[in-house]
Design a protein around this ligand. Structure first.
Ligand SMILES: Nc1ncnc2c1ncn2[C@@H]1O[C@H](COP(=O)(O)OP(=O)(O)OP(=O)(O)O)[C@@H](O)[C@H]1O
Length: 280
């Protein structure tokens, strides 16, 4: 078995607010292998985004150890890229300029750039434009694009420096159902082609199963890993798999476990009474 590229050992995170200390993560242990596609689900507040932000180096952890290729994570790095739910594109730059933006920052900060550098970057940007189906929109501005297309630009921009790890925090949460399906097949294709390790946080269990090879179910108060599930689907996926019994059974199990761990129940008797009252 491959050596893990990310090792999370006994990681804890507390947030101190004025009135209390919140244990956002408690003794989290997980190894992620190179080129894995791991999806995280769980009830609201179970620490999914906090863990992702710690992996990105945008947040510090309070205890334990996080290693990336055996080195401690102590801040952001070009080896990791993050894609958020909101597209975070620069509205005054075109699609192509947005994709090349980080590369240009690097050139400015390094103070060196050869003609070969520029050509390599242009070739990479062109390849990503094509991969994302954005070639006809290279000169468009973000405001001229749909939400799905803007998120494709954000993904292309994240992939530009060839990160080892792509961290995605509900990247398709704001898209309509049809666009999400298209994005699911696109991101699986990107994963196969680019061989990037993907860590993907979502509220949507169906999305977690369709995309992931492994699902990490987290539970809240304190935020912790509850269950790991291997996804019993082949690498090559298609939308009809969502109707197969293995898929539906896994979805049922995970949804039931999220309900159990969230401690939130819908009181159907109470709802029925309220509805009766309303109809009088
Ligand atoms: N900066 C912060 N200061 C104080 N508490 C925080 C902070 N960030 C997160 N928390 C708390 O830590 C816990 C975990 O939050 P986090 O956003 O990681 O959960 P989540 O699983 O991503 O939730 P959701 O699915 O609702 O986005 C929550 O109780 C949240 O209120």
């Amino acid at each position: 078995m491959d050596k893990p590229c990310i090792s999370i050992h006994q990681v804890g995170k507390q947030f101190a607010t004025r009135s209390q200390t919140i244990e956002a993560l408690h003794n989290v242990d997980l190894d992620i292998r190179p080129n894995e596609f791991v999806t995280f689900v769980g009830a609201s507040g179970c620490g999914k985004s906090t863990l992702l932000r710690i992996l990105a180096g945008l947040e510090t952890h309070s205890s334990g150890e996080l290693l990336l290729h055996d080195q401690p994570i102590d801040g952001p790095g070009v080896d990791r890229a993050m894609v958020f739910q909101h597209y975070s594109l620069y509205p005054w730059l075109t699609v192509m300029q947005n994709i090349k933006f980080c590369r240009q920052l690097k050139v400015i900060s390094d103070g060196v750039h050869s003609q070969a550098d520029v050509e390599t970057a242009s070739g990479r940007a062109d390849a990503l434009l094509n991969l994302m189906g954005l070639a006809p929109f290279a000169d468009a501005y973000p405001s001229q694009l749909s939400g799905g297309m803007q998120q494709r630009v954000a993904i292309a921009r994240a992939l530009m420096p060839r990160p080892d790890i792509l961290l995605m925090d509900e990247p398709f949460g704001a898209l309509d159902a049809q666009t999400r399906e298209v994005m699911h097949d696109l991101i699986r294709h990107v994963h196969r082609l680019e061989k990037t390790t993907i860590v993907f946080v979502t509220h949507d269990v169906e999305e977690a199963i369709y995309l992931g090879s492994r699902i990490v179910l987290m539970a809240p108060r304190p935020g912790r890993i509850d269950t790991l599930y291997n996804v019993p689907l082949p690498e090559a996926r298609h939308q009809d798999m969502k109707l197969e019994s293995a898929f539906i059974e896994l979805k049922r199990q995970i949804l039931a476990r999220i309900r159990e761990t969230s401690g939130v129940q819908t009181d159907l008797d109470q709802l029925a009474k309220l509805t009766q009252g309303a109809s009088v």
